[in-house]
Design a protein around this ligand. Structure first.
Ligand code: SAM
Length: 261
């Protein structure tokens, strides 16, 4: 398992984001559960099972902005439990070493520790280290609740396209746009008051959670994001299982997929 602690070029948004996740790293998993009442787990389960990792053959996967390894662990468990696959592998990439350390610590308790199935790498989604991640390397690229923190979405998509093999799948789980007006009002009330409050109580850090809530509101709505994915060279829509995107809980989160041509 490699910890390539290389210096990452940062602009102001990146260092802000780094500070946010530095300060939330140790309480991150607890906060996720508290703010979403555990719902993020269901979304992540359904995201990973929709991808069926390991169905046809073992897969080389990269989980970008992978944080503490929530998606990576689900991918490996899914492949093993459903297809007795112990060859699928996941490279977890994150800009934040603290998040990766939490992930590394967590994987120590699993059967994947010290196997070629899991590795952790410090890196920027917008410029994945090309020696570690050459062109046309992966069957599956996942990014969950990470892309909205990146300064340039097109740069992330371009890199995803570069490292995927032709025929490889890009899959993104992200907070998205709620279309139902009633649900949208309730959700706004909840997130602008409760989440920063829970951030203060549970993590002693209101500002970081306030930032997280605001970043959700700034992220492009589903059709706009789908267009960015197809502009980056991915096939979306009818060619992909479930269409260009699939809403979860009325659009509180959504899953976008694309296949590299
Ligand atoms: N994917 C994990 C999950 O679903 O639990 C972690 C999600 S967490 C909300 C967002 C992660 O994105 C953080 O770990 C943060 O360090 C990472 N991140 C933010 N900007 C990044 C960038 N430019 N490149 C790589 N990772 C980034």
């Amino acid at each position: 398992t490699s910890f390539g602690f290389k210096t990452v070029p940062e602009d102001s948004k990146e260092s802000l984001v780094k500070n946010v996740f530095d300060s939330v790293a140790s309480s991150y998993d607890l906060m996720n559960d508290a703010t979403s009442f555990g719902v993020h787990r269901l979304w992540k389960d359904s995201f990973v099972s929709s991808l069926k990792p390991g169905r046809r053959a073992p897969m080389r996967c990269i989980d970008v902005a992978g944080g503490t390894g929530d998606i990576a662990l689900r991918i490996l468990d899914y492949a093993r439990e459903n297809y007795a696959d112990r060859e699928t592998s996941v490279a977890v990439v994150d800009i934040n070493g603290q998040m990766l350390k939490e992930g590394f610590r967590r994987f120590k308790k699993t059967m994947y520790h010290n196997t070629p199935q899991i590795s952790f790498h410090e890196g920027n989604a917008q410029a994945l280290p090309s020696e570690e991640f050459p062109d046309n390397t992966f069957d599956l690229y996942t990014i969950a609740f990470g892309i909205r923190n990146c300064t340039s979405i097109p740069a992330v998509l371009k890199e995803a396209h570069r490292v995927l093999k032709p025929g490889g799948t890009f899959a993104c789980l992200e907070f998205s746009r709620v279309n139902n007006p009633l649900l949208s009002t309730l959700y706004d009330q909840y997130s602008f008051t409760m989440i920063p409050l829970l951030g203060t109580i549970l993590a002693g850090d209101r500002d970081s959670y306030q930032y997280l809530v605001e970043s959700i509101r700034k992220f492009p709505p589903q059709p706009e994001f789908a267009k960015m994915i197809s502009d980056a060279g991915f096939t979306t829509g009818d060619h992909v299982d479930g269409g260009a995107w699939e809403d979860m809980w009325g659009g509180i989160a959504s899953v976008h997929k694309g296949v590299k041509l």
